[in-house]
Design a protein around this ligand. Structure first.
Ligand code: FMN
Length: 173
């Protein structure tokens, strides 16, 4: 798949089967994350965790549902990639770095035929629960700055109109 095709095909999926992704695919996706543009090339300010422990995923799902009781913010995904960061050498850039890292990983997943979704809700769940942070293993000074669920869609999800420009554009010439 070329890059533009992957960009067009990526879609947020909100419902996953139990089928786990392969370790080889997971490694490729995490590698793509590490190839992202990062401010000041401060790669050491970040850490990537691949969470696949069902009990821990359940705890994160529950902790993340506090704002919407009864919801399942992880959508049943069998893998949650958690990006943690300490303060960067460029303070304040951490969430922007996260966007670049996670977008790279979502596009790599699309290329491999794996479904994904960027999840903000689970970031609140993780950062609000010291027990979860300890279980994931963040070093001192690190907080979650973004997460991404991975797996296979439980049902056909609506394809977006890939040729539609969704952000208003102005040409200033
Ligand atoms: C930073 C960020 C955080 C997001 N967090 C959530 C989330 O917590 N839950 C969710 O269902 N979707 C989340 N999304 C997905 C967006 O809702 C989705 O990208 C948007 O609706 C556009 O749809 P598309 O990704 O299918 O093109 C998030 C997206 C971004 C970029």
């Amino acid at each position: 798949m070329n890059t533009l095709d992957a960009i067009k095909a990526r879609r947020s999926v909100r419902g996953f089967t139990d089928r786990q992704i392969s370790d080889a695919d997971l490694e490729t996706i995490l590698f793509a994350g590490g190839q992202a543009a990062v401010g000041g090339a401060d790669f050491k300010s970040m850490k990537l965790y691949a969470v696949q422990d069902p009990e821990l995923l359940k705890s994160i799902d529950e902790a993340s549902a506090k704002r919407r009781p009864g919801s399942h913010p992880l959508y049943g995904a069998p893998t949650l990639v958690v990006l943690a960061s300490k303060e960067s050498i460029l303070p304040g850039i951490e969430l922007t770095n996260a966007g670049c890292v996670i977008e790279n990983m979502m596009l790599a997943a699309t290329d491999l035929g794996i479904d994904s979704i960027y999840l903000w809700m689970s970031m609140y769940g993780i950062n609000g629960d010291p027990d979860i942070i300890e279980k994931i293993g963040f070093p001192e000074g690190f907080t979650c700055v973004g997460t991404m669920a991975l797996g296979y869609a439980a049902k056909e999800f609506p394809k977006h109109r890939a040729d539609e420009q969704r952000i208003e554009v102005a040409y200033v010439r």
